[in-house]
Ligand binder design. Sequence first.
Ligand SMILES: Cc1ncc(COP(=O)(O)O)c(C=O)c1O
Length: 453
Amino acid sequence: MVPPTPYPVNDCRPNPSITSTGKNSSHFVQYIGIATFEWRGDCLMKSMQHWQINPEITFLNHGCFGSVPRVVAKTQEGLRELLESDPIRFLAPERELEPKLDGVRKRLADFVGARPSDLAFVRNATDGVNAVLRSMRLHQGDEIVITNHGYNACNNVARFVAERSQATVRVAEVPYPLRDSRQVVESINSVMGDRTKLLLIDHVTSPTALVFPIVELIALAREFGARIMVDGAHALGMLPLQLDEWGPDYYTANHHKWLCSPKVSGLLYVRPELQEDVFPTVISHPYNRARPGRSSFTASFDWVGTYDPTPILSIPSALDFLGLPHQDGLIGHMRANRSALLAARDLICGAMGLDSPAPDAMLGSMLSIPLHSVPVDQATTFHARLRSEFKIEVPVFAGLGDSQGHGDSQKVCDSHGPINAATLMRISMQAYNEISDIEKLIDALSRLGAINH
Ligand SMILES: Cc1ncc(COP(=O)(O)O)c(C=O)c1O
């Protein structure tokens, strides 16, 4: 099995077909037939002409809720108009909805390295985790393994499912900061056992922004005869994915984070052998009515009662937009974000006199930095001051197990003491961010006394 390719840094070649004065709207006109846009200026992606973020805010929190590019928002508006002009034609699965969803599914399948038939649409990653875990039949004494870096909402799904079947949840304590991805595998290995039925892990962890070594973790789950569900809420659009090659049992992701498509939409990959036993969180008509030529898996996730499919149908415009400025398309976009993150990391860790909290191989386009001089009980106030006094939007967590529920920690330590007693600040670098955003943040941290010179 081939591990994820770490794409080279500092190799962001522009797309030669775009000139600084040229017009290139053909991708969007061709696909959607609705939204067009014009590239202007040299700094293509960073131009606020393309993004809706208030330019008065230094926005370093793409990880929580990503912003939608203007052209993608316009695409969605156009789709909504089409929907309202002829709702039955647009929404009836057998008329236009299924073929339209299939078109998007095919595009996404190419992007994530999977077969279209193994992909379903969900509302978001929380929905994807719920669909899988609540479809499982667990028994008394079975175990689900989660980690202290897991997203609280999804760890709660594990707890809920376990409580109902008298199963147990075991929490692997992964250290942070760390030096090597083997530390992740070792910590998880130490709590896996004969009774482990499911390993639930984040691909990119929420409070600590670590890229977990999922190829190794998939192999580990197999060794124990357990299934593995990967929560890739942040991974889609941040990292190259090769789902078929890696072979997780289940993988869910968001389109509305790093893929910049409209809220709300996500995907769920399920290995073909397991699809018959995975149901959406909403049971609707397809449960007892087969759709000709479609698997029950595809049909049941395609119709979960009346819903707005325009966020899903806008995905191709987001894929087009993000990839357009780069010679190698979306890979180039992801690589550019990661390069920006590594430059931001060097700057901020340098200013704070900190070592990188994680090796480069475990970083994508987010980084979580321990703020040792901000006591956990002041994390909320600190966050509010960054916003109100400096107009900087950046998440600040009160340790791994903070009240926002971004983690699940008891006793993770670094050289400064228990990290669950340390305040964490997570920065995100998206195409609209500049290194000057990080300079503003460093200045604010310094003024607020979070940097000890
Ligand atoms: C790892 C992880 N999983 C799941 C989610 C939840 O995403 P959503 O609310 O879109 O389901 C998040 C949100 O930040 C996350 O970080």
